[in-house]
Design a protein around this ligand. Structure first.
Ligand code: KG4
Ligand code: ZN
Length: 321
């Protein structure tokens, strides 16, 4: 079964066709990083207009490369939320038009589920598993009992981990997007140079605002000196990843689950991946780095496993439901 997936929840416009949720047939992606970097973050209205300019061309290119008749698709899937409402509506309007024109079912895909489904590409992963979803907007530990049924076990009470990476990167003058820049700087730094707090939250929840403030205070105290950017990045990254790793493993063990998967933009972080790779008793899955950040391959994979057939009147939603 072939599904077309469309993604426009933030600043990536992406289109893909995936077979049976596991094999990529064709894909195209345009990132808007350069458009937004001078603003230090995504400007929603600018992002929506940019999606509109390129999405039809990407669809045409994917159909041409896959050489499939659109009428033979099992469904056309689109991220309907959570995300920026204006940008989501561009992808959704395009998906509706295609579904109507080719008389193919329209499927709604949740962005969080889609991130997790990136782990099905070219693997034999099956639930049950515990997923750590770490992106610019979300940080949560989820227990997937089946392809469709997931329970949130823990989540951040304030900033998302990706948001913390982006804010600290800005503080250190590393630019936008911050995650990859911190990742790179941290590789040259000493993670034990500064002892930053993990955040004092019991159970499986997280808090990153105290850590962010601790980095800010340290930077302020060092003002006037040559800022040890690499050491600060490494020490911050160590504090975030330490708690993400420890709490995720604790949930997997308490649930008696032997598989752990990473998902979302921060899943591309090299130190975070290394921590999970070191485990002997847990099977560990993480998407290829390009499939960690927003893309349409994960949407087309999610269509197969957890897509919801919806009417053409369906709306987008900005917050997780
Ligand atoms: O999943 P994603 O592409 O978009 C959202 O759904 O939010 O995640 C984007 C986030 C950004 O905060 C970005 O800084 C972070 O993922 N990120 C990283 C890395 N690559 C992207 N954070 C840490 N290390 C990375 N290598
Ligand atoms: Zn995302």
């Amino acid at each position: 079964m072939l599904f077309l997936g469309l993604e426009s929840s933030c600043d990536e416009t992406a289109v893909a066709i995936v077979e049976d949720g596991r094999r990529v047939v064709a894909q195209r992606l345009i990132s808007q990083v350069e458009v937004h970097s001078r603003f230090g973050g995504v400007v929603p209205e600018v992002a929506a207009r940019r999606h509109l300019e390129v999405i039809n061309d990407l669809v045409a290119e994917v159909f041409a490369e896959a050489a499939v008749d659109p009428r033979s698709l099992a469904g056309i899937a689109c991220t309907t939320g959570p995300g920026l409402i204006g940008t989501l509506l561009v992808g959704l309007s395009c998906a509706k038009a295609l579904a109507w024109a080719y008389d193919v079912p329209l499927l709604s895909v949740d962005h969080i589920f889609a991130h997790v489904c990136a782990n099905y590409i070219d693997t034999t992963l099956e639930p049950p598993f515990v997923a750590l979803v770490v992106s610019g907007g979300h940080t949560q530990i989820m227990h997937f009992e089946s392809y469709r049924k997931a329970t949130i076990i823990g989540q951040t009470l304030d900033d998302a981990s990706g948001e913390a990476y982006d804010k600290v990167a800005r503080l250190l003058g590393l630019g936008y997007p911050g995650g990859p820049a911190v990742d790179k700087a941290a590789a040259r730094g000493n993670p034990r140079a500064f002892r930053f707090p993990e955040g004092v939250v019991s159970g499986s929840d997280f808090s990153f605002s105290g850590l962010k403030t601790a980095v800010l205070r340290t930077v302020e105290n060092l003002r006037g000196t040559d800022l040890p950017v690499d050491d600060l990045a490494a020490s911050f990254q160590d504090a975030v990843n330490r708690v993400l790793f420890r709490k995720t493993i604790a949930v997997a063990r308490s649930k008696g689950v032997s598989k752990v998967v990473l998902a979302g933009g921060v899943a591309a972080n090299s130190d975070l991946r290394k921590r999970f790779e070191s485990l002997a008793d847990i099977e560990f899955y993480r998407p290829a780095p390009a499939l960690c950040t927003d893309n349409a391959v994960m949407v087309a994979a999610a269509a197969f496993y957890s897509g919801e057939p919806v009417p053409l009147s369906v709306s987008a939603y900005s917050r997780q439901r």
